[in-house]
Write a protein that binds this ligand. Structure first.
Ligand SMILES: [Cu+2]
Length: 127
């Protein structure tokens, strides 16, 4: 019986490991964006899902572009990366985000709704 409960605990913790390795939430007025990645974020390319809610409802038909950038620092020029996201459904939009070095990256999420309204949500990621 002890072994069975041990196996059960193990199965539970394994399913917890299946959850996103990275999760973060950003908000601007009535727009909320839930960022997530199955894998831990790394220097290089990352596949990040941006789930977008407007007034609490998952959006559809948005055009989404993700800009990541790092201001210039002594001995290091300004760096940025911009990529369109592809819609997956249920308000989820997936994009590759490239971080060319470790440090703090500013993230701007540019959203245009199907009726042409523009929204921008900002956050930052520490790598
Ligand atoms: Cu830098």
């Amino acid at each position: 019986m002890k072994l069975l409960s041990l196996l059960f605990t193990l199965a539970l913790s394994l399913s917890a490991l299946n959850a996103s390795a990275f999760e973060q939430e950003a908000q601007s007025r009535a727009t909320t964006v839930k960022l997530s990645s199955e894998k831990p974020l790394v220097v290089g390319n990352n596949t990040i899902v941006f789930q977008i809610f407007r007034d609490g409802k998952a959006t559809s038909g948005d055009t989404v572009t993700i800009k990541s950038f790092m201001p210039a620092m002594p001995g290091m020029p300004y760096m940025d990366f911009k990529e369109a996201a592809k819609e997956l459904g249920d308000g989820r939009y997936e994009s590759v985000v490239n971080f060319s070095m470790s440090g703090t990256w500013q993230i701007h999420i540019f959203i245009t709704s199907s009726d042409g309204k523009k929204y921008r949500v900002k956050t930052s990621i520490n790598l």
